[in-house]
Write a protein that binds this ligand. Structure first.
Ligand code: C6P
Length: 417
């Protein structure tokens, strides 16, 4: 544990961690899927609905102004978290998925033509594959993919070969939700820019866990989800450079995104509201703002350090088990706390069910990464993923639960695919 984090006190902020499952303490190791919420975030939602629930940007009465102020304040907090130069760069959306679809739909339809290339990677989540597949099919564009090495990393030399003047967009997960790999998105962005392409970073797994600075990365777009960073579900954001967002057509039409509307045409609102059609999810955005406050009060560097230590401990402990095969890099400096593994030939779903008997929550499945599963030669993996509230003791519970699973499923040979 990092000296600057009082884990006992911090855990007390998360009421769900007091729960017991089948008489055992809840061991929540699935934060890559969704994080738990501190009381402050839960309170912020209740406060909004109890005390100032009113539609934003519309009312001229006090509680609507209060809601608007808090909603726009949440935007400022997100701007601060990721180091964006301008608040207009932050567009509230539902999730990472919606943010990427927004870019594919709006920027993509305007800028991608027949024969243009979109470069992704083999480790992308479906939400950074399928929107581009839809766009490529519509426009006659070509999809290319950086390969994933045995260690679970990308190869910059391959990127240098594949990024050419035909490349229009490079889209890469900052951190893989399966392998934990932290990808060199800054270097990839530099290569993209040299070729005149734009760089999209899928920050779903990095923004909650690492210090992320969009000015340092110099990415053109970055997508993230509030629910993975202590915030509510149904709220996320797209960061975009303002010159790009300015040039893009709206994603959806409706209220709030307009300036003037006639029967046959309309002019559009300023950034960022041009991309926020209809009543926005202001309550959850406000909750996200409180989550950002919570993360920043601890410090993203402190959170990263804690997760590094915990992941190193987990990799070391799991690595000692001869029948456990861990996927992804071993070098702790280039990986985060999503640890995918297989226990012998036990199906990950069976394993997750046995672990549930012990109160341990892990995810089992393809993690919305079918192509990566094919590359790894598996249909599914078990995945433990850590966050700021997890402890080494919880890693020990995971390992002792694996012992129980092993006993239940009988003896088997070394881990394989
Ligand atoms: N990964 C996981 O258990 P949404 O669903 O829109 O909030 O996030 C999508 C997404 C995009 N990119 C990456 C790298 C992700 O990990 C995710 C969500 C979850 O791994 C749910 S499949």
């Amino acid at each position: 544990m990092t000296p600057s984090m009082d884990l006992g006190r911090l855990r007390a902020d998360f009421p769900i961690l007091e729960r017991r499952i089948r008489g055992r303490p809840l061991v929540y190791l699935d934060s890559a899927a969704t994080s738990q919420k501190p009381q402050a975030v839960i309170d912020a939602l209740v406060d909004c609905y109890r005390n100032y629930n009113a539609n934003v940007h519309r009312g001229v009465y006090s509680i609507s102004e209060e809601a608007t102020e808090k909603y726009e304040g949440a935007r400022d907090k997100v701007q601060g978290l990721i180091g964006a130069a301008k608040r207009e760069s932050i567009v509230f959306v539902r999730s990472t998925t919606e943010a990427i679809n927004l870019v594919a739909y709006s920027w993509g339809r305007q800028n991608i033509g027949p024969g243009d290339e979109i470069l992704l990677t083999e480790m992308e989540h479906h939400s950074n594959l399928v929107p581009w597949q839809i766009l490529a099919a519509e426009k006659g564009a070509v999809l290319r993919h950086l390969s994933v090495s045995e260690e679970g990393t990308l190869d910059l030399d391959e990127a240098r070969r594949l990024i050419t003047e035909r490349t229009k967009l490079v889209g890469v997960a900052h951190m893989s939700n399966v392998l934990g790999t932290i990808n060199p998105v800054k270097e990839l962005g530099r290569l993209a820019h040299q070729a005149g392409a734009v760089m999209l970073v899928d920050g779903a797994q990095s923004v909650p866990h690492l210090p992320v600075d969009v000015r340092d990365l110099d990415c053109d777009f970055l997508a993230a989800s509030g629910h993975k960073m202590l915030g509510p579900t149904g709220i996320g954001f797209l960061y975009g450079k303002t010159e790009l967002l300015e040039s893009m057509p709206p994603f959806m039409g409706g209220g709030d995104m307009i300036s003037q509307v006639w029967l046959d045409h309309a002019s559009y609102n300023d950034l960022p509201w041009k991309f926020e059609a209809g009543t926005p999810n202001f309550a959850d955005a406000i909750g996200l703002g409180v989550a950002v406050d919570y993360l920043q009060a601890i410090g993203m560097d402190v959170i990263r350090e804690h997760e590094k230590q915990l992941t190193a401990y987990a990799l070391g402990t799991l690595g000692e088990l001869p029948d456990v095969q861990v996927h992804g890099p071993r070098d702790i400096d280039i990986r985060g706390g999503a640890v995918s593994f297989c226990l012998g030939d036990v199906h990950p779903h069976d394993l997750a069910q046995v672990l549930d008997q012990e109160g341990v929550c892990i995810r089992a499945g393809h993690h919305c990464c079918h192509p990566l599963m094919r590359k790894l030669g598996v249909s599914a993996t078990a995945r433990a993923s850590f966050y700021l509230y997890n402890t080494e003791n919880e890693v020990d519970v995971l390992v002792s639960s694996l012992d129980k699973a092993r006993a239940m499923f009988g003896q088997f040979g070394p881990a394989g695919n």
